[in-house]
Design a binder for this molecule. Sequence first.
Ligand SMILES: Cc1cc2nc3c(=O)[nH]c(=O)nc-3n(C[C@H](O)[C@H](O)[C@H](O)COP(=O)(O)OP(=O)(O)OC[C@H]3O[C@@H](n4cnc5c(N)ncnc54)[C@H](O)[C@@H]3O)c2cc1C
Length: 335
Amino acid sequence: MAPQHNRTVLVLLDTPLTELSSSALELLTVARELGRVEAVSIGSPSVATLAQLGSYGVELVRQAKGGGSLGAEAAATSTPLVAEVLARAVEVSDADVVLLTATFPNKESAARLAWLTGAGLIVDAASVTTSDDGHVVGGKRVFAGSWDTVCEVVTDKAVVTVRANAVVAAPADAPVEVDVEGFDVSPSALALASVPTSREVHVVAGASGRPALAEAAVVVAGGRGTFGDFTPVEDLADALGAAVGATRDCVDEGWIGHDAQIGQTGVTVAPRLYVGAGISGAPHHRGGMQASQVIVAVNADPECPIFEISDFAVVGDLAEVLPQAAARIREHQGR
Ligand SMILES: Cc1cc2nc3c(=O)[nH]c(=O)nc-3n(C[C@H](O)[C@H](O)[C@H](O)COP(=O)(O)OP(=O)(O)OC[C@H]3O[C@@H](n4cnc5c(N)ncnc54)[C@H](O)[C@@H]3O)c2cc1C
């Protein structure tokens, strides 16, 4: 689709503004296809971030000012405040579209923003395009990844949260100069009251150094077939630069933390590649992973249900198959 340069697209930059995440870069790639891209920041972008933004075609960063002595990281955890910042940014930029990554807090901010601005809202879009009459159109996978739906925003303004891995991030043909412009925000009493004090802000660092499960481009998950030994699963994940996931049974057994649970009562993932080892493919688990682009399953049972939705089925003992796969991948990478 040819970019519509008369449309202004605001992209919320996640805070803290260190290196932009892969989902942020994907969001900028989507935004460029819709119109002229401006970013909204809560806090000061670093020189490196500005260079990254320029290479992705962002012409202007609108930096929120106001809220007294609030730190950017604390302010960014308040969904009412983020919504008010974005509403003000929409006002000063006269933007037509606002895009956010599909994190849980962002989805709440997006809903508040849509209410504040009268915009139409799409959450968890897997694609964002426009209709012939210029409306924003979002593609969504629903009902546990079993149906593809298309939602058209019929209001003048649109707010969309975009799932990780919706597109492959690609820089602009040529980098652009980025301007930074401040804009004043006068947060409401509600927004200020919802900002946690510094003592209440917990920034949980990924101790493993692996990507976040919901955003990862590659996920390696283990099930009951691991019998509690996740070493081969973690080793293959590290060879692939992947996140580690699991079925609920493994979490219930205490073999792995709750954050790793994929499924209807866990995290929903839609990576480019999902590898499931020792997982039967129960509906509760499939609901959280069957929207993955390529599914590889390793299972000792050739009749296991997960093979029905797999692109590649490997019949074998995961304790033998996964280390061989990890070794070949490392060999291929020259490590
Ligand atoms: C209300 C509710 C909500 C639920 N929510 C979730 C959820 O969010 N996520 C979730 O995952 N589950 C959820 N469950 C549980 C779900 O129904 C299944 O019980 C669970 O997904 C099965 O996990 P599993 O595939 O690891 O185990 P199993 O079904 O026991 O499968 C183990 C598989 O490992 C294979 N295997 C055994 N040994 C090996 C080996 N050496 N090498 C390779 N393969 C081997 C077996 O052939 C088998 O296919 C929920 C259940 C309920 C009731």
